[in-house]
Design a protein around this ligand. Sequence first.
Ligand code: ATP
Length: 214
Amino acid sequence: MTAAASPDVQRVGARIGVFGGAFDPPHNAHLALAKAALKQFGLDALYIIPTGQAWHKSRELIAPRHRLAMTRLAFEDMLRVVVDDRELQRAGPTFTIDTLRALQAENPQARLYLFIGADQFAAFRQWNRWEEILELAIICIADRAQSTLAQAQFEAYPEYSKHFFKLQLPLMPVSATQIRQMMASGVATAEAIASLVPEPVARYISLHQLYSSR
Ligand code: ATP
């Protein structure tokens, strides 16, 4: 595990955020979401967790070491953020519920907040043991251009209405797919994607020639 800071989360009522993703690559919307999460929910710590081979992504992700390195670079300057590689260490498919259970066991006094984009929320009922996730964590959802949040989606969980919050974040149309496609099609140089990813990530992509032959 790498810590950009060493947040003290052992006290009663500490708030721990959890933000998972393929981060293939991490991009500016991920950073904006993390900043908004820390601020809006007054988090004591935010765990950024690159996923292993996520069960819901059929595409093969690039090597874990690259995604971890880029995630560390992307978040290195953000206070109270911990880049945590536990899911990359786990063999087989990774499930959010297992990570939440582990974090709760490590921090029994803390309250967990799980951050996801609206595209993930749309498929939330397909997540492994989603009811257990709702029992364990507050779910905070960021709107996404391609998958706009609708009130009806919240109403689909009447018994859990107090378990959901909307993250206040302006729509950011960037996606990792778009960045990979730009690189693969050759229409974009590393400079061109520099407006979509943090600068050290753009440099890393260029140095390791990621995505260009895919
Ligand atoms: P891909 O295009 O490969 O599916 P992605 O851009 O969605 O990737 P992920 O690493 O899969 O990036 O996303 C991690 C989390 O961040 C998910 O919960 C996703 O919904 C959220 N997220 C990603 N991009 C945005 C965005 N532009 N606005 C809001 N949330 C986002």
